[in-house]
Ligand binder design. Structure first.
Ligand code: NAP
Length: 312
């Protein structure tokens, strides 16, 4: 058990958290960053990243996050591998308790705990994650030029991703568990008018099929939810688009959240409803869900926290 006192506490170690740390450290604020449940965040389950500026060759998601971590350490961020279990934002300084019984005390807090993709929960889905199973068409669609892919889900994200994937793929199969989509009508029209897309209604993925050496997806087994019959279809990539949930359980009752649990921040700012508490990345910005956007808001949070501290 130890006590950490800092002008800035940063909770979370995705692109938002590390970027906030780098800016805060370079401002001389000696930030303490608590890395959380999944050090490195969502990118650590992405294989090749080709759209993060500064990397002319594809970079492995885990490696990219490791490099951000090293950069943060090099400029003076104190990274503690621990999980915050309790926060008290009702008085200042703010106090956070951790799983390892550490106490973190800060004049400001930057929340960068991100969001987590919802997954189907199949063992085979886990096995091929990053090797044909993906949670992000914008990140991985490019690798499926002239290949056959499938998208699971019936919301705006699934339809958006299916349409986006037609830029690369030879065919896109949308798999939905019901017989109607919840996506906006305009998106649905675009989907139904696209010759490359076909929809498998009333169907769920029962198993992801593939090879072990190399680890690679070759198809999926679909189950018809009306009569439980199964059928296999050949695909090279499977995109899961059944929603995300923000990692904000910890902050319920402490800070303003929207109806879906994302942290509410003031327009054009990372300031939450608690003076001195800022939020950056996917935890407050579900719209784009891109590492570079998260990094951008991490920078904003550090600059805003620095200004807040200078005015204290
Ligand atoms: P969503 O609206 O919650 O849709 C999730 C979809 O996944 C639903 O169709 C749901 O089926 C299906 N689903 C959930 N769990 C499943 C499971 N275990 N197995 C199979 N299917 C499952 O999530 P989203 O599409 O990510 O959208 C999130 C928010 O972002 C929404 O408010 C959306 O409007 C917004 N968004 C907007 C845009 C845009 O405006 N262009 C783009 C992306 C996202 P059911 O329909 O049967 O429940």
């Amino acid at each position: 058990m130890a006590e950490f006192n800092s002008r800035i506490l940063i909770i979370g170690s995705g692109p938002a958290g590390y970027t906030a740390g780098i800016y805060a450290a370079r401002a001389g604020l000696k930030p303490v960053l608590i890395s959380g449940k999944q050090p490195g965040g969502q990118l650590t389950i992405t294989n090749d990243v080709e759209n993060f500026p500064g990397f002319p060759e594809p970079v492995n998601g885990s490696e990219l996050m490791q490099r951000m971590r090293e950069q943060a350490v090099n400029v003076g961020v104190n990274i503690v591998d621990d999980i915050i279990t309790e926060v008290d934002f009702s008085k200042k300084p703010f106090v956070c308790n951790s799983e390892n019984s550490n106490i973190f005390i800060g004049d400001t807090v930057i929340i960068a705990t991100g969001a987590s993709a919802r997954w189907l929960g199949l063992d085979s889905e886990k096995k091929f994650l990053g090797f044909g199973v993906s949670g992000c068409a914008t990140c991985d669609g490019f690798f499926y030029r002239n290949r056959d892919v499938a998208v699971v889900g019936g919301g705006n994200t699934a339809v958006d991703e299916a349409l986006y994937l037609t830029n690369f793929a030879r065919s896109v199969t949308l798999i939905h568990r019901r017989d109607s989509l919840r996506a906006d009508k305009t998106l649905q029209e675009r989907l139904f008018n696209n010759q490359k897309i076909k929809v498998e209604w009333d169907s769920v993925v029962d198993e992801v099929l593939g090879t072990d050496n190399p680890l690679s997806v070759t198809g999926i087994r679909l189950k018809d939810v009306k009569n439980d019959s199964v059928r296999d279809i050949k695909i090279d990539g499977l995109f899961i688009a059944i929603g995300h949930h923000p990692n904000t359980e910890l902050f319920k009752g402490q800070i303003e959240l929207d109806a879906e649990g994302y942290i509410v921040t003031k327009g054009d700012s990372t300031q939450t409803n608690i003076n001195g508490v800022f939020a950056a990345g996917d935890v407050q910005m579900p719209r784009f869900r891109q590492a570079v956007v998260a990094a951008g808001t991490g920078c904003m949070a550090a600059l805003e926290a620095e200004k807040y501290l200078s005015e204290l």
